[in-house]
Write a protein that binds this ligand. Structure first.
Ligand SMILES: [Zn+2]
Length: 67
């Protein structure tokens, strides 16, 4: 389990795929969103960890969480 205060980082390749598929990821647990989200989605509820950490792919780029 990651420390909730430390958002995890994402690989550019997975973000690129997510951008094509309206995908998003949880910044707390790293799981992809169960449902399509808007590219600028912020703080949606995560189906995996139940925290409000799901962000759209473009938003993750803007937040500088992508390597
Ligand atoms: Zn999560």
């Amino acid at each position: 389990m990651m420390d909730a205060a430390t958002p995890i980082r994402f690989a550019l390749a997975e973000i690129e795929v997510a951008m094509l598929e309206d995908g998003g990821f949880c910044i707390f647990c790293g799981e992809p969103s169960d449902n399509p989200v808007e590219p600028d989605a912020r703080g949606y509820r995560c189906g995996a960890c139940a925290r409000h950490g799901v962000y759209g792919a473009e938003e993750l780029l803007l937040m500088d969480l992508v390597d």
